[in-house]
Design a protein around this ligand. Structure first.
Ligand code: BMA
Length: 372
């Protein structure tokens, strides 16, 4: 019997290495996290999930004014009858034990929304616009040079940073399903680092420092704090080539999902350019994801105020069509001048409904069974 177990183990090892591991980087990832990772891979061959940041927290009324904190409400649902399959959340200010995040959403609501999303079968992803651990009064956007270098040279700063990671770990462990199981989330730290608007951006640290910070963070969460419900997403901003994309890549042992953030600005003048660039970047990360056996997605995208009535079928559809992307996530419906998904009566509403009905686009009802 013992031998049989031993040989099946060896057999599994051989099969796994021969056919490529379809497993997240965390060897101790919870069952649901492993299942999510595997199922996301399968689902990407059927279609691309639609996602939105803060979709459950607030949005816009038909007259363009803002609503906030109405349980169950969601602009995408008002327009299509279904929720986005992916919902984005941000942990900015968790580092200060604030009750609300940087955009005014109570952390308790965020936890509840992640639980509701999981219960519905959907996927949650977390970004973290956090303050500077070397100089905590400085925001994400304060372009402080050499923060990463200073961080690893200062015992106090590093201690502060790990105490912030402890809060992220505690947050991740508070996310539980009905049977007490941990809810998996896609964690996407240090994003848009090919740009220089955050303190971890390309202009403020070397590639080696960025990689060191990333690995330190993942190792700390996983190995020191026992976080085992994260799928790690690496997401650049605009990049010019495969080499550029990989310049600060922390390594295959540290990343589960390859992504990028890319916004469409100055439409319609820039339509062709946007499509060309986005297509080029998707092809690059698609190729890398295939080689590295990772997931890939457009982790942030959008046209502010969706000023093109047919933006969804004209611009987004050709990008996701047959590309194997797991998801595209548009940014938040934050203000009347800063929103990325249609609300009732918005000019792209009808086009978005058409987009919703296409077989290539997956919303919550079509993206089910991901945790089994
Ligand atoms: C930015 C804007 C900001 C917001 C930040 C974090 O793109 O939406 O208003 O604070 O994301 O969500």
């Amino acid at each position: 019997m013992k031998y049989r177990i031993f040989f099946s183990f060896i057999f599994l090892l051989v099969v796994n290495s021969a056919f490529g591991q379809v497993l997240p980087i965390d060897k101790k990832a919870t069952k649901e996290t492993v299942n999510l990772y595997k199922n996301l891979k399968k689902l990407a061959s059927k279609g691309t999930m639609f996602g939105q940041q803060d979709a459950l927290a607030y949005g816009l009324n038909a007259d363009g004014s803002r609503w906030m904190g109405e349980k169950g409400r969601c602009d995408v649902k008002t327009v299509t009858g279904d929720y986005p399959a992916v919902i984005g959340f941000d942990l900015g200010r968790l580092e200060f034990d604030s009750t609300r995040n940087l955009d005014g959403v109570p952390f308790e609501d965020i936890k509840q929304a992640i639980k509701d999303t999981y219960k519905r079968g959907g996927v949650s992803t977390i970004s973290w616009h956090f303050n500077n651990p070397v100089n905590p009064s400085k925001s994400t956007w304060d372009k402080e040079d050499s923060t990463l270098k200073k961080l690893f040279l200062s015992k106090d700063a590093l201690l502060r940073y790990t105490s912030w990671l402890d809060k992220v770990a505690a947050f991740s462990k508070s996310l539980k399903g009905s049977k007490g199981e941990l809810i998996p989330v896609i964690f996407r730290p240090f994003h848009e680092h090919t740009g220089s608007w955050f303190w971890w951006g390309a202009g403020h640290c070397s590639p080696e420092e960025y990689v060191k910070m990333w690995r330190f963070t993942v190792d700390y969460l996983k190995n020191k704090r026992g976080v085992h419900n994260f799928i790690y997403a690496y997401s650049t901003d605009l990049f010019t080539s495969e080499e550029h994309y990989l310049e600060r890549y922390p390594g295959d042992e540290y990343v589960d999902l390859l992504g990028f953030d890319y916004y469409h600005r100055n439409a319609p003048t820039s339509n062709d350019d946007f499509l060309k660039n986005a297509h080029r970047m998707i092809v690059t990360i698609g190729k890398l994801a295939k080689e590295k056996k990772k997931l890939y997605a457009i982790t942030e995208m959008g046209l502010e105020q969706v000023t093109e009535a047919n933006w969804w079928t004209n611009i987004v559809l050709p990008l996701i069509h047959q590309h194997g992307l797991s998801y595209v996530l548009v940014w938040r419906n934050g203000r009347p001048d800063h929103y990325y998904a249609p609300y009732k009566g918005q000019k792209s509403e009808q086009d978005f409904i058409q987009f919703y009905q296409l077989p290539q686009t997956l919303f919550s009802k079509e993206a089910q069974g991901l945790y089994k």
